[in-house]
Design a protein around this ligand. Sequence first.
Ligand SMILES: O=C(O)CCC(=O)C(=O)O
Ligand SMILES: [Fe+2]
Length: 316
Amino acid sequence: MYATPSLLSSSMVHNETSYEPPAGPPPLLAPDEIRHLAFQGWLPVTLPHELLQTLDALSQAAGLFFDQSPEVKCRLYPASNGTENGFYQVECEKEYLTFRHHVHPDSVLEHHASEAWQSIGAFLHRMLCDLSRAGSYSLSAWPKLLDGALEMAADATRLQDTPTLMRLFRYYPTSGFAASHVDLGLLTLCIGSGQGLQVLDRTLTPPQFIDAEGAVVVVGDTLRSLMRNQVRAGAHRVVENPHGRSSIIFALRPCLSHDIDLASFGGCGTANANEVYVSVKGNKYNINATKDIREKQQQAQREKKSISDATRFSSV
Ligand SMILES: O=C(O)CCC(=O)C(=O)O
Ligand SMILES: [Fe+2]
């Protein structure tokens, strides 16, 4: 059933002669789930009970935050780094709060956010190690790649090095959406209230978007690239819904300040994490920016494509 990508078919070979305790965190996923994740680029997941309770508390605190006036929200969490930090509103579509680090560490909202950050980080770390083990790769690249990512940072000191984020969304009734895309980072956990999130089902011919049920993990484009296309990045989108929607996403992204040992992914040599990330980012447009910014970015994308097509044709 799962033809490509190829991760894992020959890989889940148990080494019967090894009595070493397993390196890294304990395995999480069953072999079928790993194959599903690699083939589809997404996987519905059952979250630990304690994490579900934390997410409930976080979502209630988020609701209280969003119920405040735009002025208060902007004052509490001023936007910085474009859409990448603080409170951001896309008129007639959605608003969202992005955490990259603590801003009001004593607030109830950040208390729940940092607890959720830590549990989700540990959960996704286990999934990354599952993928490495399934490919018979060493786990040695993960500590540097996840440096600073598994806990909510105390302040903005390492903002440029650690793009991992937690984002709380409020999509407006009937008009809130996010266009089809793949995420940039390693793995993203999406937890939403009600319908709206859809994932691309590649077992259908042709592939079609289907409603996601419950919590879903999607593979990001940096992980696809590091794993040399042995896992797919999961295409997903959010469709409008008459009731609106709220969601919490946690995007685990690589730490950008170290070199990456490519042998840990079946390659050779090292690569600069920042360069890998920038090249994966390429000219993808930001689906969460305001409509006018998205349109400008899409236009730039089209122009870049037509220049590269022209170069391609002229060099034939
Ligand atoms: O709100 C969601 O459930 C998903 C949002 C999303 O895919 C994104 O912002 O990248
Ligand atoms: Fe996404």
